[in-house]
Design a binder for this molecule. Structure first.
Ligand code: PFF
Length: 452
């Protein structure tokens, strides 16, 4: 007998899980630090533009591919276009998901290190420099860094091993509103610190002079990373979706939530950065140094910090689930018996692959690949090379390979003004998305330097 494929139990379940995949370290941790090192407001502007004009159309394409095929990331392409090379898109997606989770889990581990610090009372400190020092010492310590990463991976494996519905959907249901409220409290505190004007203008007023080819490729890569597109994760998630959910409504909710959380994270962090006399170009430690310092200025600061870290951990885990799920779905082929074993093996391999990234802030600090640390190389390779390549080919696949009637059907189900939505989407996915990705990519490898 053919086994019934698992499905999301409700529309809300799907939206929460897909939004859970999108919202994670990308919006909360990575966005503020790369905006900080890439020009602040100008970066924000370009990031939003790419998210709306390129990322969102590709998100919709992945949804349409996944739901119409109802299969994992490789089989979906095989099913829709048999006998072609397109399943390679799924394979590239598997590789990029593997790499992303290998360094993602390192940062997930840092959250555990901070939870430990709270219990040990190590965060009862005063100055921003002390927070900075504590952060550096923590991530340099190989036992803490690898231990944190291991705990993070075990949790991820455990939830994903239990299956899509039970594990992923339920875990995604409570954290989003709670995270939102926590950010609002943080922002109120951050904005009432002295001298916040400079931080607000740094974040919200674009200085386009700060843009260059590097910042633009980072903004493009980040728009994919933050929406979880380009590696067929969203193909996998929408393959568990029944036929009457509106894809464009779901995509709109996810995109808006993603932009809002990024804005909230920026508004919580940048005013405080300037007020506390720190630099916005701090790098990966930005959130981990600044937010504890802001909480420190509040009554019951450590309690709030604890709550924040738990929610931040949830957000991070729900993204990690999707990265592991895409690989597990491919190798377990919907067979529940195989699922547990595949999940453990894949998860452990990802953990091992991530150990050098975990150590790259300490023991392996001096090991660099083209001037980047191991951690930064993994991030750059996945976010700025593999995701854009995957996204480009997903756009081309939807726009030029799949039958228009299939896409029209998928994108207009239960959608008000479906035809208009479809026409706009089709234009963006055919012309704007591929052109933008190719230009930004060529620019990032210096192809247009002669014009400057
Ligand atoms: N979107 C996640 C975040 O912003 O934290 C990261 C991510 C998850 C990227 C899943 C890619 C992916 F397939």
């Amino acid at each position: 007998m053919k086994q019934q494929r698992e499905q999301w139990t409700s529309k809300l379940g799907f939206i929460l899980a897909a939004a859970g995949s999108a919202i994670g370290l990308g919006a909360i941790w990575k966005f503020p630090y790369i905006a900080g090192t890439n020009g602040g407001g100008a970066f924000l502007f370009v990031f939003i533009l790419f998210t709306l004009l390129v990322g969102m159309p590709i998100l919709l394409a992945e949804f349409a591919i996944g739901r119409s095929a109802q299969k994992d990331a490789i089989s979906a392409y095989k099913f829709l276009t048999p006998g072609t090379a397109w399943p390679w898109l799924g394979r590239i997606g598997i590789v990029s998901s593997f790499i992303i989770l290998s360094f993602y889990s390192v940062v997930g581990g840092w959250i555990f290190i901070y939870l430990l610090h709270i219990f040990l009372g190590n965060l009862q400190i005063e100055s921003a420099e002390q927070f900075n020092q504590l952060f550096s010492e923590s991530i340099m310590n190989p036992y803490l860094a690898v231990g944190g990463q291991l705990i993070f991976m075990i949790l991820t494996i455990w939830v994903v091993g239990r299956g899509v519905q039970k594990g992923i959907e339920r875990a995604s249901q409570i954290m989003m509103p709670a995270l939102f409220i926590c950010f609002i409290i943080l922002i109120i505190r951050s904005l009432t610190l002295p001298n916040v004007g400079e931080g607000i203008s740094f974040f919200l007023l674009p200085d386009f002079g700060a843009l260059n080819s590097k910042t633009i490729i980072y903004a493009l890569g980040h728009s994919f990373f933050a929406l979880s597109v380009g590696n067929s994760v969203m193909v996998t998630y929408s393959s568990y979706l029944e036929k009457n959910t509106s894809l464009s409504k779901s995509a709109t909710v996810i995109v808006i939530m993603n932009i809002v959380i990024s804005l909230l994270a920026g508004l919580a962090i940048f005013p405080a950065v300037f007020s506390l006399g720190m630099e916005p170009t701090e790098g990966p430690g930005l959130l981990f140094v600044v937010l504890p310092a802001v909480f420190n200025e509040m009554h019951f600061g450590m309690v709030f910090l604890f709550i924040f870290l738990i929610l931040f951990l949830f957000a991070t885990l729900t993204s990690a689930f999707s990265l592991l799920e895409i690989i597990v779905a491919v190798f377990s082929k919907d067979k529940p018996k195989r699922r547990k074993k595949v999940t453990w093996i894949t998860g452990i391999l990802i953990f091992l692959a991530g150990v050098p990234s975990a150590l790259s802030f300490g023991v392996l600090k001096d090991t660099t690949i083209i001037n980047k640390s191991i951690f930064d190389t993994a991030d750059f390779l996945a976010s700025n090379i593999l995701l854009p390549i995957g996204a480009l080919f997903i756009a081309l696949y939807a726009a030029f390979k799949l039958p228009k009637s299939l896409l029209l059907n998928e994108l207009t189900i239960n959608t008000k003004h479906g035809k208009i939505v479809f026409t706009i989407w089709y234009f963006l996915i055919r012309y704007i998305a591929p052109t933008a990705i190719i230009i930004v990519f060529l620019d990032s490898i210096g192809m247009f330097d002669w014009m400057r």
